[in-house]
Design a protein around this ligand. Structure first.
Ligand code: SF4
Length: 217
């Protein structure tokens, strides 16, 4: 199957079956999403959603983080992965937002990446979800699923290569939603160790499935 046909078929499938895909992190404003995404690195959204209600209640603004300290903040997030680093990141992020960005969440990937705890993936989630920009955040699911399906060349070695390839091939208007399609597909169907191919709605267009079921080709 040619790559363009594969893209068309998969976008068509997800548009029909999950047109309004969105993040599973709970948030009610850009600041809360930024905090939740920083916390979600190498952790599950479910776990983050358990800790954020109390955290958002007691630290509702960048100023609250900026005027806090490690011992105050740590207990709120001690059950997430890497709590020490994440506590330091949130405190630093709050301080920088207050001191350098007038407590506003910056809207460019470049500025966002200046904030402690914010890498390219987190910055892309914010520009895409909050600012509606055609950014593709490549996490472990997007990276694995894109390669397996055949949306990107198998030889792609880095998240940035995968990001650039997806951005080039997905029509601009679908990029933000496609990020969630790929994450959710990786989280619930195309599992890392044992993909649920038989119940997968896109198996007819999947390179991995065709390779392992040659009769389908
Ligand atoms: S067919 Fe299997 S490998 Fe391909 S996308 Fe579906 S679950 Fe993943």
């Amino acid at each position: 199957m040619r790559r363009k046909e594969r893209y068309d078929a998969i976008i068509d499938y997800f548009q029909k079956h999950n047109p309004d895909a969105e993040t599973e992190l709970n948030y009610s404003n850009p600041f809360e999403l930024l905090v939740a995404v920083i916390l979600s690195a190498q952790c599950t959204d479910k776990r983050i959603n358990l800790v954020t209600p109390k955290l958002f209640e007691d630290f509702p603004t960048p100023e609250h983080l900026a005027s806090s300290n490690f011992d105050e903040l740590f207990p709120y997030i001690k059950s997430v992965s890497y709590p020490n680093n994440k506590t330091k990141h949130l405190l630093g992020m709050g301080k920088m937002l207050v001191e350098e960005f007038d407590s506003e969440i910056p809207s460019t990937t470049k500025e966002l990446q200046k904030l402690p705890g914010v890498g390219r993936k987190t910055a892309n989630v914010i520009t895409s979800v909050i600012f509606d920009q055609p950014s593709m955040a490549v996490d472990t699911h997007v990276y694995r699923v894109s390669k397996r399906i055949g949306l990107v060349p198998l030889k792609s070695k880095t998240p940035l290569e995968v990001e650039n390839y997806l951005i080039k091939n997905i029509p601009k208007e679908h990029i933000a939603t496609a990020h969630h399609w790929l994450i959710l597909h990786g989280r619930y169907i195309c599992l890392a160790r044992k993909p649920k191919c038989e119940e997968c709605g896109i198996k007819a267009y999947c390179r991995y499935y065709a390779k392992n079921n040659p009769i389908m080709q």
